[in-house]
Design a protein around this ligand. Structure first.
Ligand code: SF4
Ligand code: SF4
Length: 196
């Protein structure tokens, strides 16, 4: 039987836990923000009196003066406890989302990456459910992609930005955010040119 995607009762995992990516040394990543979303998120934080940290995530081209990218093409909203816990996740009040998880304070205006999740792109052509999502753990073989139209739409809007980067120098930002026992493995915070 095919199942429509719905969050598992009381789960807030994707708003809490962040992965080390692409490897432990780069540190934990935050919620991906497209450049035009950065200002919007900063304004949401100001209006909701929420303290946030946004780092760059990906860049292209070469700026010889800074030894970094010429243009930042993606940013990331960092979690606030060792890289975990999105600052917009309301863990303090008793309010809960309809499925029982913590509320997102900016749900109606949440970033595209949050709208797309748990649909992710494994490579340029393969779309799948993130195995870290509790729903995927339980039902991935039964989930119908036809029932994930909203999530796929958001993912397509993100991935269309990154599909035409062939031939460009790509930089990734190491966040230097993580926890024991990995802290001594973390690269200094900053830009690293990726292998072509
Ligand atoms: S991890 Fe999956 S089931 Fe849990 S809140 Fe996120 S999307 Fe929903
Ligand atoms: S912005 Fe909202 S939906 Fe996105 S990670 Fe934060 S709390 Fe979750």
């Amino acid at each position: 039987m095919l199942r429509e995607f719905h969050c598992i009762q009381d789960c807030s995992d994707c708003c809490i836990y962040r992965q080390y990516y692409p490897s432990v040394d780069y540190g934990k990543i935050g919620v991906l923000l497209l450049p035009e979303e950065k200002k919007q998120v900063e304004s949401l934080a100001k209006n909701s009196k929420t303290s946030i940290t946004i780092f760059p995530r990906l860049g292209i081209g070469v700026n010889k003066k800074t030894n970094g990218p010429r243009q930042v093409i993606a940013y990331q909203l960092m979690g606030n406890i060792d890289g975990d816990y999105c600052p917009f996740l309301d863990t303090k009040s008793d309010n809960r989302a309809p499925h029982g998880g913590f509320n997102c304070l900016v749900y109606e205006s949440r970033p595209l990456a949050c709208r797309a999740y748990p649909v992710i792109k494994e490579d340029r052509t393969t779309v799948e459910l993130d195995s870290n999502c509790k729903f995927s753990c339980q039902y991935s073989n039964q989930a119908s992609k036809n029932l994930l139209d909203n999530e796929l739409g958001a993912l397509n809007r993100i991935s269309s930005r990154f599909d035409r980067l062939g031939g460009q120098k790509i930089w990734r930002y190491a966040t230097h955010v993580g926890e024991e026992p990995f802290k001594n493995l973390l690269l200094p915070q900053g830009w690293y040119l990726q292998e072509a």
